[in-house]
Design a protein around this ligand. Structure first.
Ligand code: GDP
Ligand code: MN
Length: 380
């Protein structure tokens, strides 16, 4: 889950990382009012969860409160890369000499927290990383030992932070490291961290991504989750605790268990087909949950066949069959189904499906062969 810039900055501020003064506005009048308070040139920053806002027109520098109002009325309600702008962060404009990049991610292979820094931060950082990777400094931090002073100093030296700023640079690194650990982040980034004209370091932009598996530890942030970037399918899937990932193929998959779902996708590919999605309904799914999963799959216009693969353990095959039957009564569809049910209450399940006139298979291979054949017939 990605946090908004203003949320990231609120956290930075609590961890004593300096940020510009500013507040959120959702109307042009508020933008004007905040600009008056700040009493000087301000920057209007669209709070949308996309990268490269600046380049896409989501950052505006203005000189007066009237101009702030006028520009705000132009951006609010508009779409930037498809996402509607509902709020602006209005901040005092900062004049600076240099833009620095600092970021922390998890290096799963090394089992480290990876610190990344560059003297050439700003909106072109990806380009810098691609074309001159020697300008990107990296240090792996052992999470059991934490960030050591010498590591922070090495990083400061490597990206040539001016000597008189080392103390504050190192403090910011330490504090960002604390943010990363405290919030179970997969990414905590400041880009740019600027050296201002009066020689101070300030975080002009912030990005924090939380590990979804640790969200239960941050209920206050989850409550404020912004769902405007998520597809309706993803929102619906989360509501029913389904793991759903949209893919590009045409065979919709409904499976219980992540491993079995992966195997199902592999076998579809092996038989010459393409899965339309990954979907794991989990163990012990109710008819209601199966119905929700099926509605999500059927709402994808690319789906031409549905393959259901259930290995009944805790999950009962008759419960799944009931869910399928219920949904198909609700949603009339011509899309062909292939269903493989084995395990707990298999016979009951198959009887329900037979009475609903649905095609079944007894092995996964057979199910995949049938699904691929049906998806090809559909196309021609
Ligand atoms: P992003 O495009 O979403 O990464 O948005 P940023 O907040 O990083 O802003 C993009 C760029 O706009 C920065 O790299 C700066 O060059 C510029 N910018 C942002 N805030 C200010 C500001 O207060 N003053 C000035 N002069 N430039 C700014
Ligand atoms: Mn940025």
């Amino acid at each position: 889950m990605r946090l908004h810039e203003y949320q990231s900055k609120e956290i930075f501020s609590n961890f004593r990382i300096p940020i510009p003064r500013g507040r959120l506005a959702s109307t042009p009048e508020e933008a004007k009012h905040i600009a008056e308070e700040l009493n000087g040139p301000v920057v209007l920053k669209a709070q949308v969860l996309i990268g490269g806002r600046g380049k896409a027109g989501g950052i505006r520098l203005v000189k007066s409160p009237n101009e702030a109002e006028e520009e705000a009325s132009k951006i609010l309600g508009k779409r930037i890369k498809e996402i509607q702008v509902r709020r602006l962060l209005i901040e005092e404009a900062v004049t600076f000499n240099q833009e620095i990049y600092i970021g922390m991610t998890i290096d799963r292979e090394m089992g480290d927290i990876l610190l990344i820094a560059s003297a050439e931060g700003g909106v072109e950082i990806e380009e810098v990383a691609r074309t001159s990777s020697e300008k990107i400094a990296r240090i792996g931090v052992n999470p059991l030992l934490g960030l050591r002073d010498y590591q922070a100093r090495n990083l400061a030296a490597e990206i040539e932070i001016p000597r008189q700023l080392w103390r504050s640079f190192i403090r910011i690194l330490r504090n960002l490291y604390k943010v990363h650990v405290n919030f179970d982040a997969t990414l905590a980034e400041i880009n740019p961290l600027v050296i201002t004209n009066n020689n101070r370091l300030i975080a002009l932009d912030g990005k924090i991504i939380l590990d979804d598996s640790a969200l239960f530890r941050h209920p206050d942030l989850v409550d404020k989750r912004d769902i405007s970037v998520e597809t309706p399918e993803e929102i619906e899937a989360r509501k029913f605790c389904l793991s759903y990932v949209k893919l590009t193929g045409n065979i919709g998959c409904l499976v219980n268990g992540a491993g079995l779902a992966m195997a199902t996708m592999d076998i579809i590919q092996h038989q010459g087909g393409q899965p339309a999605n990954f979907l794991d309904i989990g163990g012990g799914a109710s008819a209601e949950k199966v119905a929700a999963a099926l509605r999500i799959i059927l709402s994808d216009p690319q789906v031409e066949t549905v393959l259901i693969n259930i290995f009944g353990g805790i999950t009962r095959c008759d419960e799944v069959a009931n869910g399928i039957q219920q949904t198909l009564r609700e949603i009339k569809t011509d899309i062909p189904f292939v269903i493989r049910l084995v395990g707990t209450n298999e016979l009951e399940g198959r009887n329900i499906l037979a009475s609903a006139d649905l095609d079944t298979a007894s092995t996964l291979r057979e199910a995949a062969v049938k699904a691929v054949a049906k998806s090809k017939v559909e196309k021609t």
